[in-house]
Design a protein around this ligand. Structure first.
Ligand SMILES: [Ca+2]
Length: 312
């Protein structure tokens, strides 16, 4: 009853209040009491530290050095998550792109699955995916079509990663503000690559959100996190803490996304002097992408899916 009364009172508040419960840019340092480390099973080499040499906002971010092997895992995070809808926004930078191996960079204790079970966000088959620990289901299915419905996580650049977990079991995910179709399920959502996920009716109810690295094979990585915001409605990339993204020095010359343009997109143009180019293996196109679309000499822009083209 008390909780119902509190919720009723909350419902009377203007919408502008209470939507963002966490907003942290780490410019005041890393408060380990609010942002404790988390390694529930074992830790033999993972490390969390405040990094004053790279940041999305200001000078500071939190760096996680994750070792290979399961016991190399290490996270930091918060239990301050809202009831009901949970929206998480973080800016992050990964030092390496995903390989085919299964890894996690966000883990959430999820009592809906059972004791010490987690809802995980990570990668496999080189793309972003969700993993439900209790039955090892993935979203999307890791079929060729499922893999194509998600997107890789660009390496060596700050990206805005957002997701929504609804009390009805719905999931939504955005990368740099763009929805990823393969990383969405829920009532009214048609995801042809969500079959494995929807074989269970478990509705995730995470009690905490932890950011870091967990590897189930040999992959190691370093991640930086900055401008983390958690709330009960979508926060977006620019609000709720954090500054504007790095200004793009070129207007996007929009790779063709017309219907039926499914062939590999190749750019062989020689970059003009002073025109920014993307390094090999960096992102060079995709819906919503606003960075350099020309590739450094020796590589060319190859379309992997509608959301991601890479200099290869
Ligand atoms: Ca910062």
């Amino acid at each position: 009853m008390v909780r119902q009364a509190a919720l009723a009172a909350l419902a009377l508040l203007p919408l502008s209040l209470g939507q963002v419960t966490v907003s942290e840019d780490f410019e005041g340092g890393w408060d380990e009491s609010s942002w404790p480390t988390y390694a529930p099973d074992c830790n033999q080499g993972g490390r969390v530290s405040l990094d004053t040499s790279t940041a999305h906002s200001g000078r500071n971010s939190v760096r996680v050095d994750g070792a290979g092997g399961y016991c190399g895992h290490m996270f930091f995070g918060t239990k301050n998550v809202p009831n009901g809808d949970i929206y998480v926004r973080t800016w992050l930078k990964a030092s390496r792109a995903f390989t085919d191996a299964h890894v996690t960079f966000i883990t959430m204790p999820d009592p809906a699955q059972g004791t010490n079970k987690h809802l995980r966000i990570g990668g496999q088959n080189k793309i972003l995916m969700y993993n439900r620990e209790v039955d090892d289901a993935t979203l999307p299915d890791l079929s060729p079509q499922g893999v194509a419905s998600s997107a890789p996580l660009p390496a060596n650049q700050w990206v805005c990663f957002e997701y929504h977990l609804g009390p009805d079991g719905s999931i939504e995910t955005w990368l740099n503000g763009n929805p990823i179709s393969g990383l969405a399920v829920g009532p009214g959502v048609s995801n042809p690559n969500g079959g494995q996920w929807q074989r269970s009716s478990i509705k995730p109810r995470p009690t905490a959100v932890y950011f870091g690295w967990e590897s189930y094979g040999g992959d190691s990585n370093t991640f930086w996190y900055d401008d983390i915001a958690i709330g009960s409605s979508r926060i977006g990339c620019e609000s709720g803490g954090g500054s504007q993204p790095p200004a793009s020095t070129t207007s996007p010359s929009s790779p063709s996304t017309t219907a039926g343009a499914t062939t590999t997109f190749l750019t062989t143009t020689t970059p003009a002097p002073n025109e920014p180019t993307q390094t090999k293996y960096g992102q060079c196109g995709g819906n919503g992408y606003a960075g350099p679309t020309l590739c450094a000499p020796g590589s060319s822009c190859s379309k992997l899916n509608d959301w991601y083209s890479q200099c290869l």
